[in-house]
Design a protein around this ligand. Structure first.
Ligand SMILES: C[S@@+](CC[C@H](N)C(=O)[O-])C[C@H]1O[C@@H](n2cnc3c(N)ncnc32)[C@H](O)[C@@H]1O
Length: 262
């Protein structure tokens, strides 16, 4: 199935290559940097773990798991207009119920510029509206997502806590945030670790998981240094169309890597 959220770092364009490199006999799927979890929704695993540091994202999955009809009804009650976008954007999430927060985020992401999630230092969503409102998930799609999410453990936490739960034969897909091309403006929340710290931990974690018998897949922008850290692993070079500065003009083919231990 398709993702529920529109998400600028989504791996929808890499899906054909990621699907081709799916391990044959894994038991459980684990995605510690879930975002819109495009690979998860595409493979519909029998058992899974999704984790993300972003509380709003994980709340969407919890709300759809617990009450997809309620999420759908709340989404339907939102007028599909620019005024509604800015009215919703201006609301304080803490004044809303979890269900309302989930519907608000699904709507904002479908309508915001480039599907970028970004907040200011006070945690207020500050992305302007884009040029159209993409189609919202139907009730049927939310019901299918519910059945998938009911067999999935959901965690709002740092990736290292999610990988601590892994066991042999898990398929762990790491899709970490890419290093900011320009100034970092809170795209991954201000509580996220510095990029270098995150990467050192990720490399250690990936190697530890490989040693205990997990299937490990990492996708990232082409990076010589990263290749050097995974001696003996397999590398697939992919050209994916990616917006490098948020502008349509600068949307170009970028070199991506899929790194695997199997
Ligand atoms: C490139 S996106 C993942 C996109 C996802 N694969 C998809 O298909 O939409 C990276 C995600 O990592 C999350 N993130 C950033 N730092 C994190 C951390 N330290 N631990 C867990 N998640 C983190 C961000 O909130 C974001 O959702």
């Amino acid at each position: 199935m398709k993702t529920i959220l529109r998400w600028s770092g989504s791996k929808t364009r890499l899906l054909p290559d990621l699907l081709k490199s799916k391990p044959k006999n894994y038991e459980r799927y684990v995605e510690p940097f879930a975002g819109s979890a495009s690979l998860f929704f595409s493979i519909e695993p029998n058992e899974a773990i999704l984790g993300d540091l972003n509380t709003c994202v994980m709340e969407v999955y919890q709300a759809v798991r617990d009450d997809p009809t309620g999420v759908h009804e709340t989404l339907c009650s939102i007028p599909k207009t620019k005024d509604a976008y800015y009215m919703l954007r201006g609301l304080s999430p803490s004044d809303l119920t979890r269900l309302q927060r989930a519907a608000r985020l699904i709507f904002l992401m479908k309508a915001c510029f480039n599907g970028v999630y970004r907040t200011n230092q006070l945690g207020q969503f500050n992305v302007p509206m884009g040029d159209k409102i993409y189609s919202l998930p139907s009730k049927e799609e939310l019901l299918i997502a519910q059945s998938l999410l009911q067999r999935t453990q959901l965690y709002n936490q740092d990736f290292s806590k999610t990988t601590a739960l892994c066991k042999p034969n898990d398929w762990v897909y790491f899709d970490p945030p890419y290093k900011a091309v320009k100034r970092y403006r809170g795209e991954y929340g201000y509580e996220s670790k510095s990029h270098n710290v995150l990467f050192d931990e990720l490399v250690n974690d990936a190697q530890r998981l490989a040693e205990i018998g997990c299937y490990v897949t990492i996708s990232y922008a082409f990076d010589e240094e990263l290749i050097g850290k995974f001696c003996g692993w397999n590398f697939l070079h992919v050209n994916a169309r990616r917006s490098v500065s948020g502008s349509m003009k600068e949307r170009k083919l970028a070199k991506e890597l899929i790194i695997q231990n199997y």
